[in-house]
Design a protein around this ligand. Structure first.
Ligand SMILES: C[S@@+](CC[C@H](N)C(=O)[O-])C[C@H]1O[C@@H](n2cnc3c(N)ncnc32)[C@H](O)[C@@H]1O
Length: 253
């Protein structure tokens, strides 16, 4: 039994893995739209951070899942590694990536899964849904292996509680109480995330926001104008604090 059970067992069955790949990241899904805006920003951050480096750069994609992030960033570094607790998720990631190496397991129980130091660590769509006690312990472990002084942690929270998605979450929680479906309806506030990162030894140096409008609009005939507007508002700008998906670039304190 992994030390951090529960969310850790969320993606262990083939059905869950396939739902994540085909439904959550289906061609026109909301998550796919967000990734289209987020991806170039992430690539740019890593390229800028590593420009002019003379020694090899090592990247860890923690909770790499099906390799969505790793497949895009592996070519930007010298060594890319993915770690995830689900063998089935990693099987998809292996098929997508060309040079990344993978390890399957729980970094809290098996610290040997990690190298001593990484120049870049990414952790996408992990913090929000994992149990709060595990969030902190995982971040502290990642802090231990973040290269000092200029290593980067790039992490996102894909459910800002101060966004226009919030009313739909409240409504779905109410429905969920009557008829449970197992939907993940977690939210975190910006203040909560900042304080978690700070308490784990990270300082936020940049923050980006993606997706202003309620995702429900993407299931209506308004999806094209909604996507255009969300694309215009994505990034490091006035709207970032009230965006649904918050992305943070952090340095070790
Ligand atoms: C929503 S998926 C995100 C995957 C990928 N980062 C992405 O953004 O597409 C969450 C991933 O976290 C992994 N996970 C959950 N608990 C974990 C743990 N304790 N250690 C490592 N991975 C874990 C799951 O197996 C799953 O692949």
């Amino acid at each position: 039994m992994p030390e951090s059970a529960s969310y850790s067992s969320r993606f262990q069955t083939q059905a869950d893995v396939e739902a994540y790949e085909a439904r959550e990241y289906g061609a026109a899904s909301y998550a796919t739209h967000v990734w289209q805006w987020q991806r170039p920003v992430l690539e740019r951050i890593i390229q800028d951070a590593l420009r002019g480096r003379t020694s090899p750069a090592r990247l860890l994609d923690f909770a790499c899942g099906t390799g969505r992030v790793l497949a895009c960033v592996e070519s930007l570094v010298d060594v890319a590694e993915g770690v995830d607790i689900s063998e089935k998720m990693v099987a998809l990631a292996r098929a997508k990536c060309r040079q990344a190496r993978f390890k399957v397991g729980d970094i809290l129980a098996q610290p040997e899964l990690l190298q001593p130091s990484y120049e870049v660590i990414t952790a996408f769509r992990f913090l929000l849904n994992v149990e709060p006690a595990v969030r902190r312990r995982v971040l502290l472990k990642l802090r231990e292996v973040t290269c000092e002084p200029d290593g980067l942690l790039i992490v996102n929270v894909h459910g800002n509680s101060r966004s226009l998605r919030h009313p739909a979450v409240v409504w779905r929680r109410w429905r969920e109480a009557a008829r449970p479906t197992g939907a993940m309806l977690n939210e975190m506030s910006l203040a909560e995330t900042k304080s978690l990162l700070r308490a784990s030894g990270f300082e936020i140096v940049r923050q980006f926001g993606f997706g202003l409008l309620p995702p429900t609009l993407y299931r209506t005939p308004l999806r094209r104008p909604a996507a255009r507007l969300d694309q215009l508002c994505a990034g490091d700008n006035l709207w970032r604090n009230c965006s649904i998906d918050l992305m943070f670039v952090c340095r070790p304190v």
